[in-house]
Ligand binder design. Sequence first.
Ligand code: RIB
Ligand code: CA
Length: 316
Amino acid sequence: MEKVPVIIDCDPGHDDMVALVLALGSQRLDVKAITNVAGNKVMEKVVKNTLNILNYCGAECIVAPGASRPIVRAYTRTDSEGCHGVSGLDGFDFPRDNPLKPSDRKAVEVMAEILRSSKEKVVLIGTGPLTNLGLLIRTFPELCEEKVRGISLMGGTCHFILTRPFMEFNTYLDAEATKIVFESGLPITMYGYDVTYRTLFGQDFLDSLKALGNRTGLMMSSLLQEFWNMHNRVWIDLGGCPVHDACAVAGIIDPSVVTKSERMYVEIPTEPGPLSGATICDYAHRSGKPENVEVVFEMDNEKFFRMILDSAGALA
Ligand code: RIB
Ligand code: CA
């Protein structure tokens, strides 16, 4: 079966790490490039984390740094711990020496070149703020129209409220970029909190990662144990822990993993106020506005976590 060409734009991040392992270890995807965006942590840290993940898992891929701040609004993240720790990937000591280096070209340049040269349409997977994807769409609208098969993104929320109504980190941090993406007319599948907080891992999954008997599994189990601890401290203890970003990859590897989704109109307010950067989902279909997003609500959890184990087992 032909591999699906994808570009992953991310801000590792523990769950971005799972998304990268899932994609890089899958026989179904051809990861053409990994691009980084300032999100969980500043650009320097997310690039370093990306290269550490690749190096440790024995995977190779171009890594291109992108935007170091949102398109319009300020970059508001501090170096505080948050749920990814100070490094952005607390919980595992990667080897100090890493021979891998980032590209000297910027994310949008690399993305555009891949789109131009690809015979197949390419899937863009976003697991951080949508700054790079928004800039790509604004800079190369015709190229995106012709060569982007769709955008699979972790972001937003329809009903699930973690802290503030309709707010999710990736979509609010750069709300203007989110608005560009959601109004682009490109096919968008949104994996928001409604599905990611239904797709929690527990101790048995961590034990299964260790039981793989390879370094990738051991690295993942150590990082995810720490992520779980931090998530419980920063947010809420749900008896399990989400791996938000991996959901956006799983649906491209095997669409049958999605068991419930619905197409609807989603609006991104950007004017100042309590809803700036929210994902306002017209789930009652009353706006009269054209549906622009497939919102995912449920996945087959057993199949999802099996996919992650299979990919992790295929790496070093
Ligand atoms: O809200 C979850 C999202 O924010 C995930 O992408 C996580 O990595 C953080 O970036
Ligand atoms: Ca992320």
